[in-house]
Design a protein around this ligand. Structure first.
Ligand SMILES: Cc1cc2nc3c(=O)[nH]c(=O)nc-3n(C[C@H](O)[C@H](O)[C@H](O)COP(=O)(O)O)c2cc1C
Length: 201
């Protein structure tokens, strides 16, 4: 596998905002805001829209020959129950990527609401992300696990796909532990936040 994804290897196509005409098979434009496929969007507009999307914060960790590696990730999501699959995207140039790629295993550490400093540390370039005050230990498979996380999800690589300037990493879940009623750390509009339930339970 090459260290950099090929930009051509995966093309994402947006469906036009309209319906397919049964007779001609052509897409029929509908009234309303639409972005035609192939149209480009300026990066600031794209970033601004994406910043509205709130996400849970995790740190993906893996063992490597040169010590543990890891990075802060909000692109984590569940994919499938049978088989149990999860995924995240990692930038092709991320310093942690070669270690995660070569390990073939990784852990998803779901951060708790009070772990925003851990999130900042694992997103900072050129520092030892595992140095104190970060506290961690190793799983039986030698995967580094961050103490204080509200869940640890252990995975083997299931699939790795080049998508744009990122790798899509799909992991098969081999084990998981979670803290009941653990409060998650969230990220939105460039800042960390915590849950504010609409209905108190
Ligand atoms: C809240 C937050 C979420 C992030 N999510 C991702 C992500 O999903 N995928 C990714 O590749 N990088 C993500 N990053 C960036 C990485 O954590 C890290 O900063 C980046 O890989 C640069 O590290 P490097 O200079 O050591 O390569 C995120 C950063 C922050 C602060």
């Amino acid at each position: 596998m090459s260290a950099r994804p090929s930009m051509e290897s995966v093309e994402t196509t947006a469906e036009p905002n309209g319906q397919v005409d049964g007779a001609s098979g052509q897409h029929v434009a509908s009234v309303g805001p639409a972005v035609a496929p192939g149209d480009s969007i300026d990066p600031d507009t794209y970033r601004q829209a994406m910043a509205t999307h709130a996400a849970g914060v995790v740190v993906v960790t893996a063992p490597s020959d040169r010590g543990p590696v890891g990075l802060t990730v909000t692109s984590f999501t569940s994919v499938s129950l049978r088989p149990p699959l999860v995924s995240f995207y990692v930038g092709a140039r991320a310093s942690a990527w070669p270690g995660i790629r070569d390990a073939g295993t990784f852990a998803v550490n779901v951060l708790g609401a009070n772990q925003h400093e851990v999130a900042t540390r694992f997103a900072t370039s050129g520092v030892d992300r595992f140095a104190p005050p970060v506290s961690w230990h190793r799983s039986l498979e030698e995967i580094p696990l961050l103490d204080g996380a509200i869940a640890h999800i252990l995975c083997h690589h299931h699939n790795v796909l080049a998508v744009g300037d990122h790798w899509l990493v799909v992991g098969r879940v081999t084990g998981a532990v979670s803290v009941e009623a653990g409060e998650p750390l969230l990220y939105q509009r460039g800042g960390y936040a915590r849950l504010h339930p609409i209905i108190e339970t």
